[in-house]
Design a protein around this ligand. Structure first.
Ligand SMILES: Cc1ncc(COP(=O)(O)O)c(C=O)c1O
Length: 397
């Protein structure tokens, strides 16, 4: 049995996925799919822990891939052909991608021209689509905005032929990132304004990811109403959503340990160095960037606070930067306030570390990868994966 508050039994870095939390998300997502009469599929780019696919299959039927390997994973491990979109299909990979896909979306008309006959030769049942660019996205971080000026994603309405090629059966569109239903509703008006004229020629539309329906406060009713109204306007269109984050949102933690404490003299900040790394194991914290929550600590947004603070109730709080174990100078974040001085060996628990982590991590500096564990609903811990020197070495064979 694992203590889910302190993880005191865990003495080494580990991503801990909690089955009960995962099932809560899956159950909500499948109830939205049913209420809105749409298909909701898992985007592997956010989460691809394939040993947990049997749990997913109790709730959803399909997945979405953005590369050959994700398509294979969907076909071989999830057991169904994937909805695939890649901005760059190649001669070397297109046949196998087509074999593994039920739906295949082209990013451009040139990619369509180059490969549409070939994919249908390999897989006569495949349904082809084209990615559209509605030139509207409310995502403020340019790194995550698929409609940023000069984007390489999708075809603008001005460039789409009035009569679509007969084997284009669907539109794919991705414009959201951790967005609410209100953002989707506003975006949809732009999609319809710009591309509604073509809807009579297609059979399906995929509204991409970024629908963060499992976040507290997400307006599920608005999402369902928006989708049902859309369906009433275009009853022949099958609607697909392919979120990633929403599935793994708040399903688990990254448990790490304090290795050393440095600084703290001459007015310098105190840094607790950990046995995990932001750049290797929590890359979005630096890329996005965002300030992750740490269990039992207050997140301090100000960069200037680093001395022990007196709390409102007269107690003391101890302020630390948390530093990674790589040699990247910027592999640290600040600051968190704890109610006690940190001790070497104590657990530091980063909340909500299951989406866009295990799919993006690396072994930069030869740093060992945190293990991946699954806490079953009965509280027992099942190890999904531990890593060794052989994994590091094999990557560069
Ligand atoms: C085409 C596409 N589909 C789905 C997703 C999944 O998005 P999210 O994890 O934000 O739901 C992304 C994310 O980048 C994407 O680019």
């Amino acid at each position: 049995m694992v203590n889910l508050q302190t993880f005191e039994e865990i003495k080494h870095p580990m991503y801990v996925l909690e089955e009960a939390r995962l099932r809560r998300n899956l159950s909500l997502i499948s109830s939205v799919a049913e209420a809105a009469d749409v298909e909701i599929i898992l985007a592997f780019k956010a989460y691809a822990l394939w040993k947990t696919f049997p749990i997913f299959k109790e709730y959803i039927q399909a997945t979405t891939a953005s590369s050959l390997w994700e398509a294979r994973l969907g076909y071989e491990e999830f057991g169904s052909k994937t909805h695939t979109f890649s901005p760059a299909y190649t001669d070397d990979e297109i046949d196998e991608i087509a074999r593994c896909s039920s739906h295949l979306t082209f990013n451009s008309l040139t990619q369509y021209e180059r490969y549409h006959q070939r994919v249908r030769t390999v897989n006569s049942g495949i349904s082809c689509g084209i990615r559209i660019n509605p030139e509207y996205s409310e995502v403020e971080t340019l790194l995550y905005n698929p409609c940023a000026p000069g984007t390489r994603f999708g075809v603008r309405n001005a460039l789409l032929p009035e009569k679509l090629p007969t084997d284009i059966e669907g539109f794919h569109c991705h414009t959201l990132c951790e967005s609410g239903a209100d953002v989707f509703r506003r975006t949809l008006t732009h999609i319809e304004d710009k591309f509604g004229a073509w809807f009579s020629q297609i059979k399906w539309i995929n509204f991409g990811g970024g629908h963060l329906m499992t976040r507290a406060g997400y307006d599920i009713d608005l999402l369902v109403a928006t989708l049902r109204e859309f369906h009433a306007r275009y009853p022949w269109l099958k609607v697909v959503l392919e979120p990633g984050s929403a599935f793994a949102w708040q399903t688990g933690e990254l448990v790490s340990q304090v290795v050393d404490i440095v600084g703290g003299t001459d007015g310098e900040p105190t840094t607790a160095i950990l046995n995990v790394s932001f750049t290797c194991h929590m890359p979005d914290c630096l890329e996005m960037p965002y300030h992750p929550r740490v269990r039992g600590a207050a997140t301090l947004e100000s960069e200037d606070v680093f001395l022990p603070q007196t709390t409102e109730d007269g107690g003391r709080s101890y302020v630390y930067r948390l530093g990674g174990n790589s040699c990247l100078s910027g592999d640290f974040m600040r600051s968190w306030a704890f109610d006690h001085p940190l001790q070497i060996g104590e657990n530091i628990i980063f909340e909500d570390m299951l989406h866009y982590t295990t799919v993006k991590t690396n072994t930069f500096n030869g740093i060992s990868h945190p293990a991946i564990g699954l806490v079953r609903c009965d509280g027992s811990l099942e190890m999904l994966r531990t890593y060794s020197y052989a994994d590091y070495k094999a990557r560069m064979d």
